[in-house]
Design a protein around this ligand. Structure first.
Ligand SMILES: [Zn+2]
Length: 410
C-alpha cells in the first residue's frame, strides 16, 4: 500500500508508545478515540426516525443516506470509475468472495491495493464474503471454524473464516470492513435462525479480534435474527457489547418480501446505536430505500441499477421503464426529462431502444449511467428533504410520481 497512503492517514497512526491492547482490548471508548482521527459519523439533521449526515474517512466524506454502487469484480460493470463519481457516488462496494478467487487479494495487495488497482481513490466498503460464499459456491461445508467451499470459477477448494475474511479485506485496503457472518435464506424455522445468529455473533467477536487496531478504517458488525424481534434484539445487544464503528442490518432482502422487511425495519434500527451508521445490506428498489430511510437507515447497496441497466431497464421518478419495448422506437424524447446524465442529455429513447435491441455495448453503458444517476438523485432528494424537515412531503410526492407510471407514448 506504500505510496498510495494519503497523508492524513499517516497522521492518524497511533503514537508509538500506545500499546495495541489499550485500543482493542478495553471496549469501545479508546477505539472510538483512535478512530476519531480518521473515521467518524456526524448526524446533521433528523426528521422523524430518518437522519442525514456525513461519514468521514481519510479517503473522503460519505453523505448519508448513501447509496453504494456495486463494483463486484473491481469494476462497476459498463462504467468508468470517473463516470461513477460523476453520478454522485461517494463510495463503492467491492465483493470479497469474487476478488479472493480472481485476481486474489494477495495480487491486488502487491499491485498497491484495490483503490489503485481499479482507479477509485474514494472510500470502498467490502462485504465479508459470507453471503456470496453461501449463494454462489458449491460443495459448501459450514463449521464453527468457517466455510469450506469450491470456487464457482474453477472448482478450487478454499476456506473462508472470520480471520481470513479480515485478512483479505485488509489486503484489499478496504475502508469499511464487514464482519464475517452467516446469512440464512428465508423462510427458515426459528431454531435455524437462532443457531445461525449465535454463530454469526461468535464470528463477529472473532472478526473484531482479528481486525485489531486500524485507525482510519472501520469495522461494521452485522445484526442477524431473521424476522424475529427478540432474536434481532439479542443480536444487537451482542454486537453493542463487542463494539463496532457501524452496524449493518443483515439477513433481509433474501426473499421475505417488502412488507416483512419494512416490518423488521420498524424496530431493528432502534436496537442499534443511534450515533453510528446503520447499513441495510443488499437493498434495494427505490421504494425499499425510501421506506428504509424513513425508518432510520443510513447506507444501502444493490446491483439493481447497474444490472438492470444491462438488461434494458431504466429507472425514473415515474418507475421502471422497459427500453426494449417497441413503443420507444420513434420517440425523440429523453428517457427522463430533466435528468443530467449523458444518456438523457444527448440521446433519445429511440436511440437507447435501438442500441439495446442491437446488443450494442453503449446501450449498457448509457442505461447504467442513467440508473446510477437516478439512484444518486433520489438519495440527494432524501438528504435534502430530511435536512429541511420535509421528508413526509417528499415521500408523498415520490409515491405520487410513481403511481403515474411512465410518460404517455408519442
Ligand atoms: Zn438520465
Amino acid at each position: 500500500m506504500g505510496g498510495a497512503v494519503p497523508r492524513r492517514r499517516l497522521r492518524a497512526k497511533p503514537a508509538p508508545g500506545l500499546a495495541l491492547h489499550h485500543i482493542c482490548g478495553k471496549g469501545t471508548t479508546e477505539r472510538q478515540k483512535a478512530n476519531k482521527m480518521g473515521f467518524g459519523f456526524q448526524i446533521s439533521a433528523r426528521d422523524g426516525r430518518a437522519r442525514t449526515g456525513v461519514i468521514t474517512t481519510p479517503r473522503g466524506d460519505i453523505r448519508t443516506p448513501a447509496f453504494m454502487p456495486v463494483g463486484t469484480a473491481a469494476t462497476v460493470k459498463a462504467m468508468m470509475p470517473e463516470s461513477v463519481r460523476d453520478t454522485g457516488a461517494d463510495i463503492l462496494l467491492g465483493n470479497t468472495y469474487h476478488l479472493m478467487l480472481r485476481p486474489t487479494a494477495e495480487r491486488i495487495a502487491a499491485l498497491g491495493g484495490l483503490h489503485k488497482f481499479m482507479n477509485w481513490q474514494r472510500p470502498i466498503l467490502t462485504d465479508s464474503g459470507g453471503f456470496q460464499v453461501m449463494s454462489l459456491s458449491s460443495l459448501r461445508k459450514l463449521s464453527e471454524e468457517g466455510v469450506r467451499f469450491s470456487s464457482h470459477i474453477d472448482g478450487a477448494r478454499h476456506m473462508l473464516t472470520p480471520e481470513r475474511s479480515m485478512e483479505i479485506q485488509r489486503l484489499l485496503g478496504s475502508d469499511i470492513v464487514m464482519c464475517f457472518d452467516e446469512c440464512p435464506a428465508l423462510p427458515a424455522d426459528r431454531k435455524a435462525i437462532e443457531a445461525s445468529m449465535q454463530l454469526s455473533m461468535r464470528w463477529a467477536q472473532r472478526s473484531r479480534d482479528a481486525f485489531g487496531d486500524r485507525p482510519g478504517h472501520a469495522l461494521f458488525g452485522i445484526q442477524q435474527g431473521g424476522l424475529e424481534e427478540d432474536l434481532r434484539a439479542a443480536s444487537a445487544e451482542k454486537l453493542r457489547a463487542i463494539g463496532f464503528d457501524g452496524y449493518a442490518i443483515g439477513g433481509l432482502a433474501v426473499g421475505e418480501g417488502q412488507e416483512a422487511m419494512l416490518g423488521v425495519l420498524d424496530y431493528a434500527p432502534a436496537q442499534l446505536p443511534d450515533d453510528k451508521p446503520r447499513y441495510l445490506m443488499g437493498v434495494g428498489k427505490p421504494d425499499d430505500i425510501v421506506g428504509a430511510v424513513e425508518r432510520g437507515v443510513d447506507m444501502f447497496d444493490c446491483v439493481l441499477p447497474s444490472r438492470s441497466g444491462r438488461t434494458g431497464q431504466g429507472w425514473t421518478a415515474r418507475g421502471p421503464v422497459n427500453m426494449r419495448n417497441a413503443r420507444h422506437r420513434d420517440d425523440p424524447r429523453p428517457l427522463e426529462e430533466g435528468c443530467t446524465c449523458p444518456a438523457c442529455r444527448n440521446y433519445s429513447r429511440a436511440y437507447l431502444h435501438h442500441v439495446i435491441k442491437s446488443d450494442e455495448i453503449i446501450g449498457s453503458m448509457l442505461l447504467t449511467w442513467h440508473n446510477l444517476t437516478y439512484y444518486q438523485r433520489l438519495m440527494q432528494g432524501l438528504r435534502d428533504a430530511i435536512a429541511a424537515g420535509q421528508l413526509a412531503k417528499f415521500v408523498t410526492e415520490f409515491h405520487a410520481q410513481r403511481a403515474l407510471g411512465d410518460i404517455e407514448p408519442i
